[in-house]
Design a protein around this ligand. Structure first.
Ligand code: NAG
Ligand code: NAG
Ligand code: NAG
Length: 617
């Protein structure tokens, strides 16, 4: 699966938490799906109630005793759901133990698929039976919403996972009371994470490279610190809604181990999840995460947790293997996760985060898009521009110099322009390979790119079939060739401006815009300078030529009467030719060459700026 779908995977993970009526009589079927009471207050983050089960596995038709207990509470709603999709509809049906305190509800038109309170009397424990359906093979997790009083409630407290007995690795039917994982305390952090131990004790990934999570708001920071049999993981970054990282066997999303920190209701929820193929990530129970802690401050979201290096019996990857690491962030809105605004960061190689502490940066731009950008910059900033200047202004300078049997200017022009077309063709294909098709999110950039591509292919064919230089139709070719080339260059610059702003190429803003404007000014300035120079040169040569013709004319008329005056004429005419025209032409060539060399230096400097920015980000 390609990275854009990684993007997609994080789209709609959490359903919208819609307000739902809360009734003292417990008839809360409207809340069946969201399990959120309509209280207008945000839910509590750290559950203090727990759900326990008298079994850890079940066979079809089994009766399981479910206990919800904790400090005094008034209302509750209990459901059993697919542990791999906690947003799915309820599974199985309940039997009441205490008909005075609890009642059955029909959620999703399934009889007895949920249990709620009958009154707002205070209770500390509720017990019910849950009957496993005959035809289910999925793991079950019980979810409970508990209302202590109007303003204080907890949503979707999770039970331990109940595995179908044919799937669970430790099949046994002993009575074990597993305490709820969500009753683990979640601490708040006191200060920012530190990058001091990066490369020493911690394996760190930072974006931008080597940024400081303590002082730089825009720093994305992920660290792994091995502590005996477990790894302490810290993640922080600008708080837009959520941060996540994934361990992956390849540089594409799919079958990856994902960890999410989601800012919701002024707290941070941490979920391990798993991406099956192309589907959305599926949240797992946070039971495997220990010592969870978080902090929201100064626009930064921080979360940390510990997990064992290997967690047999869960989908979590072993942390002593090599993986590509993804770092993604994005926006949440009412608990709904939206597509992130920038490309996820993906490490360029696989790393074993527990083997050697390293300090690495990562790139948010996929390699194919980087190459696309680099090829296009080389083609349309450098080879194309220099090739055009050479043809436009250096014909007189290098018309007598030959390279492989052709005028030097022509050879240089042809080589550079063929490079431009070649780089364009290769560069053009890359984003299509990467996106596996047309990218609608890229706006006008691909349309401009297609036109440039067509012109870049057309131009060499036009040139191939040009009429000979003295043909009467040659001017048509000259104008078409110039017109096509100029149109291609202008569109290419426009395409570069648009392309730079796309998230696929994570160049620093607004520096990239200034640099591009700088390049255009540099190029146009050089062309104008050479144009003015060429104009003045032809003017001057014309004036001098006129002078010379006058002198020679007077010389021929005076030819009859040989006088000492003639000698003077000859001398002056030769003087004009040798001391003014030729040196002037020569000086003109020297000037042009100096301008060309200066231009190329500047051009390469701009190219270097862009290429190094592409390689660094
Ligand atoms: C759990 O409770 C149910 C209902 O009382 C019972 O049928 C079942 O055998 C119990 N399971 C265990 C492992 O004791
Ligand atoms: C790791 O183990 C050592 C003893 O082998 C112990 O002293 C230390 O406290 C442990 N560290 C952690 C973080 O558990
Ligand atoms: C992690 O490993 C320790 C022993 O190494 C074990 O006691 C603990 O239960 C494990 N934690 C989880 C969540 O599996």
């Amino acid at each position: 699966m390609m990275i854009p779908e990684f993007t997609l995977g994080f789209w709609v993970l959490l359903h919208l938490i819609s307000p739902v009526a809360n009734y003292a009589n417990g008839k809360v079927t409207e809340a069946c799906y969201t399990m959120v009471p309509r209280h207008g207050h945000t839910s509590q983050s750290e559950p203090i109630h727990e759900i326990t089960l008298n079994q850890t596995t079940f066979c079809p038709g089994d009766i399981i005793k479910v206990t919800l207990s904790g400090p005094l509470f008034k209302g509750f709603l209990l459901e059993a759901r697919n542990a791999k999709d906690l947003n799915s509809s309820p599974i199985g049906s309940f039997r009441l133990i205490d008909e005075e305190e609890s009642q059955l509800l029909n959620c999703d038109q399934k009889e007895g698929s949920a249990v709620s309170h009958t009154s707002s009397s205070k209770k500390t424990q509720i017990q019910v039976y849950w009957k496993a359906p005959r035809n289910t093979e999925v793991s079950i997790q019980f979810l409970a919403t508990v209302v202590e009083k109007f303003k204080i409630y907890w949503v979707k407290i999770r039970s331990p996972i109940l595995y179908p007995s044919n799937v669970h690795p430790f099949t046994m039917s002993q009575t074990t009371t597993v305490s709820s994982p969500t009753s683990r305390p979640i601490a708040t952090l006191k200060k920012s994470f530190s990058a001091l131990d990066c490369g020493g004790k911690k394996f760190c990934i930072r974006n931008p490279v080597n940024c400081d999570p303590e002082n730089e708001y825009h720093c994305f920071f992920l660290s792994f610190e091995r502590q005996n049999h477990s790894v302490l993981i810290e993640m922080s970054g600008p708080n837009e809604g959520y941060l996540s990282f994934a361990l992956s066997h390849d540089q594409w999303m799919g079958d990856d181990d994902v960890y999410m920190c989601i800012h919701e209701d002024e707290t941070v929820h941490m979920y391990p999840s798993y991406v099956f193929g192309r589907s959305h990530p599926v949240f797992d129970s946070p039971a495997v995460l220990e010592t969870m802690a978080w902090r929201l401050a100064d626009g930064v979201i921080q979360c940390s947790f510990r997990r064992n290096i290997s967690l047999p019996g869960s989908k979590r990857f072993d942390l002593d293997q090599k993986y590509y690491i993804f770092l993604a962030d994005g926006v949440t809105n009412n608990g709904q996760i939206h597509k992130h605004s920038q490309q996820p960061l993906i490490t360029s190689e696989k790393h074993d985060v527990t083997a050697h502490p390293k300090n690495i940066g990562g790139s948010r731009s996929p390699l194919l898009l980087k190459l696309h950008g680099a090829f296009m910059f080389v083609a349309w900033m450098t080879t194309g521009s220099i090739g055009v200047l050479v043809a436009r202004f250096f014909k007189p300078v290098w018309s007598k110099a030959f390279l492989f049997g052709e005028a030097a200017w022509f050879q240089i022009h042809r080589i550079l322009m063929l490079c431009t077309s070649g780089l364009t063709i290769v560069g053009f294909v890359l984003p299509f390979i990467y996106r596996k098709g047309w990218s609608r999110a890229a706006g006008y950039h691909p349309y401009l790119g297609c036109v440039v591509m067509i012109l870049a292919i057309l131009q060499p064919f036009l040139a191939l079939f040009r009429p000979p230089s003295h043909d009467s139709r040659r001017w048509i070719f000259n104008w078409t060739h110039w017109g096509t080339g100029t149109a291609a260059r202008i569109l290419a610059v426009a395409a570069m401006f648009l392309g730079m702003d796309l998230p696929g190429l994570d160049l620093p803003s607004p520096a990239k815009t200034y640099a591009m404007i700088g390049f255009v000014a540099w190029h146009v300035g050089t062309e104008i300078l050479l144009e003015i120079h060429a104009y003045r040169l032809t003017r001057k040569v014309q004036i001098l030529e006129d002078d010379r013709i006058q002198i020679l004319q007077s010389f021929t008329t005076a030819e009859a009467e040989v006088s000492p005056f003639i000698l003077l004429h000859i001398r002056s005419s030769c003087k004009v030719a040798f001391t003014e025209i030729y040196p002037f032409l020569f000086q003109g060539h020297a000037f042009k060459k100096v301008v060309l060399v200066t231009y190329i230096c500047g051009n390469l400097a701009f190219l270097f700026i862009f290429l190094s920015a592409i390689s660094q980000h």
